[in-house]
Design a protein around this ligand. Structure first.
Ligand SMILES: Nc1ncnc2c1ncn2[C@@H]1O[C@H](COP(=O)(O)OP(=O)(O)OP(=O)(O)O)[C@@H](O)[C@H]1O
Ligand SMILES: [Mg+2]
Length: 253
């Protein structure tokens, strides 16, 4: 006998959740050139949504528009039910939008602990911050071992862990990850995806941008494919993973 919960398809359960991020007909330009040409998608509370697509598709540009670091040329982005227009990146971080950028962006000349403390710069609850640093260390034991090492001397994978840990230190509502597996060894890629899945299982809402389509769809509730500035496919993570068009275009089959 199965419980009621486990008989509800994942999609249906997620469908009832509150929409945290709603992107409608988003357009973003660099000078006169449109990089994002009318994109629609949404992220609901507790979901892990993967946005996949090849080089230059417009994934990072979309992330930057969501976090208030690039202006919208058209369309709308609602976060927590209100437009992000006119809000700067700072405002949005305060409202719980945390992004781990492509290339990680750790503070190279600071130690691991100092980087994590920087992640909590919007908070002033000392005890809570200390407790959260310990939680990050539980998630990433490697960081604990090296807590006083300068971030710039760590491996790419370790820096990715630190960048994720630092983003979690501001207790985000939504975690945005831009190509977390880029340039990492297969073993480190495994570890990073394990952690993303873990963080998601603990209830975090995650928008994951990845070129590693297979791994990103394996852990996703839903996925979107972006090509040349538009969304060309969308669906459940598993469903997309088995879609012959996705497999041909992004999984090398
Ligand atoms: N600062 C910029 N100035 C001009 N054009 C840009 C700038 N940044 C990105 N572009 C262009 O916008 C398009 C989308 O770029 P974007 O970085 O969003 O792609 P992406 O999907 O993140 O690619 P990748 O997987 O390689 O990171 C590309 O054609 C890119 O050349
Ligand atoms: Mg990118």
């Amino acid at each position: 006998m199965t419980t009621t919960d486990s008989t509800i398809p994942h999609d249906a359960a997620m469908g009832a959740r509150k929409v945290l991020l709603q992107v409608r007909d988003l357009r973003v330009s660099y000078g006169g050139i449109q990089a994002v040409k009318g994109v629609d998608f949404e992220v609901r509370e507790g979901e892990l949504v993967s946005l996949i697509g090849s080089n230059g598709a417009g994934k990072t540009t979309t992330m930057k528009a969501i976090t208030g670091t690039l202006p919208l040329a058209g369309g709308e982005i609602d976060y927590l039910g209100a437009s992000i227009r006119g809000k700067g990146a700072w405002d949005l971080v305060h409202q719980g939008l945390a992004m781990v950028p492509e290339g990680r962006g750790v503070f190279a000349r600071m130690t691991i602990v100092e980087n994590l403390q920087m992640g909590a710069y919007i908070r002033n609850d000392k005890a809570g911050i200390a407790a959260d640093i310990e939680r990050v260390f539980t998630t990433f034991p490697r960081l604990k071992e090296r807590r006083d090492q300068l971030a710039g001397t760590m491996s790419g994978g370790e820096q990715q862990m630190l960048a994720m840990g630092r983003a979690l230190m501001c207790r985000p509502r939504v975690l945005l990850l831009d190509e977390p597996s880029m340039g990492l060894s297969p073993l480190m890629v495994d570890k990073i995806f394990e952690v993303i899945a873990d963080v998601s299982r603990q209830g975090m809402t995650v928008l994951l941008v990845e070129q590693n389509a297979s791994r990103a769809l394996q852990i996703a509730d839903r996925g979107y494919v972006m090509e040349s500035g538009i969304i060309t496919m969308s669906g459940g993570g598993r469903e997309m993973l088995h879609d012959p068009r996705v497999r041909a275009a992004y999984l090398g089959e």
